[in-house]
Design a protein around this ligand. Structure first.
Ligand SMILES: Nc1ncnc2c1ncn2[C@@H]1O[C@H](COP(=O)(O)OP(=O)(O)OP(=O)(O)O)[C@@H](O)[C@H]1O
Length: 311
């Protein structure tokens, strides 16, 4: 069953078309990774689904045919900016948000305890939020959005700039929520995270979808591609010329360079390494190490958008 279906969604800010005729659906139990470079249109899309922005065009339907107006109690939003009260304790914060969704009595108590436990903050429940670390504040932000057990949770970069322990708690709690049948839309600048937790992927750029599908299927599309990564040292380097020569080798599809490393994209059956090494030698480039790998999602993203996901 579709939890949310978005059809021909469009939003303009004066001359900028932030979201351009976007259509997709999210099925029950999916964790959809919404990824794209800065300014791609992710936040605008999320804000429209969350009812914070009105689309110029398009339709958003929940559970096949319900509008936001009569469904929004089923939605939990974890905003990028923290939405917690610093002078309230962790428990008071969670209680407050849960009571806005109509929880009370024993049920409220039970669900507040459950969500604090799931983000690993139960032992600190009486501590004021202002004394929490950045990672703990982010975990509390999540607890506030999940206590009313929403059917759909939208998370806007919930792990940005936090410590590894908090990050692990967050990723584990997202997996648990999925196991309980919750549907999640997750935006992140960390492709390894998306690869780890999202079973579906929607890559957008300039407000348009450039690739969507099951994460495994997207990876399978690239299973016949390889990347030969060569770390090197050179006194001087004319990269344009090196690139042109390597691109002439049959089976090589792209060559880029970053931090004293060439990434040579090629087909799986490209095995003409002698020619690659001869070209490098000809340009007086010393090889330090070589690696031959299947492209990661991050590398697939880079080859599709020409941009790094991170700033
Ligand atoms: N309130 C606004 N007024 C004018 N332009 C805006 C506004 N909000 C966003 N934009 C523009 O719309 C485009 C999409 O922005 P959006 O914030 O949706 O992208 P994003 O993918 O979330 O980016 P980031 O990863 O940097 O958060 C960008 O060009 C941005 O500059």
């Amino acid at each position: 069953m579709n939890i949310v279906r978005v059809k021909n969604l469009t939003k303009k800010y004066k001359d900028i078309t932030a979201v351009d005729n976007v259509s997709f659906e999210v099925k029950k139990g999916d964790i959809l990774g919404l990824v794209g470079p800065n300014g791609a249109g992710k936040s605008t899309t999320i804000q429209m689904i969350s009812g914070l922005l009105i689309p110029d065009k398009g339709v958003i339907l929940f559970e096949e045919n319900k509008s936001f107006k009569n469904w929004h109690f089923n939605l939990g939003l974890v905003p990028q900016d923290l939405a917690i009260y610093p002078d309230l304790s962790a428990e008071e914060n969670v209680r407050f948000f849960a009571s806005l969704y109509g929880l009370n009595g024993e049920n409220l108590k039970k669900q507040v305890n459950e969500s604090l436990t799931s983000v690993g903050l139960h032992e600190q429940k009486d501590k004021k939020a202002k004394y929490f670390s950045g990672g703990m504040k982010r975990r509390l932000n999540i607890a506030c959005a999940i206590t009313h057990k929403p059917k759909l949770i939208i998370m806007d970069e919930p792990t940005v700039g936090i410590d590894p322990q908090s990050r692990n708690f967050i990723l584990e709690s997202i997996k648990k929520l999925q196991n309980q049948g919750t549907t999640i839309i997750y935006t992140s600048h960390y492709m390894e995270e998306v690869e780890e937790i999202c079973n579906k992927l929607l890559i957008i750029d300039h407000g348009q979808i450039i690739l969507s599908g099951a994460t495994d299927e997207i990876k399978a599309l690239y299973k016949n591609n390889r990347i030969l990564t060569v770390s090197f040292q050179a006194e001087t380097l004319d990269f344009a010329k090196v690139r042109e020569s390597i691109l002439n080798i049959t089976g090589v599809t792209e060559v880029n360079m970053k931090n004293q490393r060439f990434n040579i994209h090629c087909r799986k059956d490209m095995n003409d390494y002698d020619t690659v090494f001869n070209i490098l030698k000809q340009f007086h480039i010393s090889i330090i190490s070589i690696e031959h790998t299947v492209p990661t999602l991050e590398e697939i993203f880079l080859s599709l958008t020409g941009k790094e996901l991170r700033d």
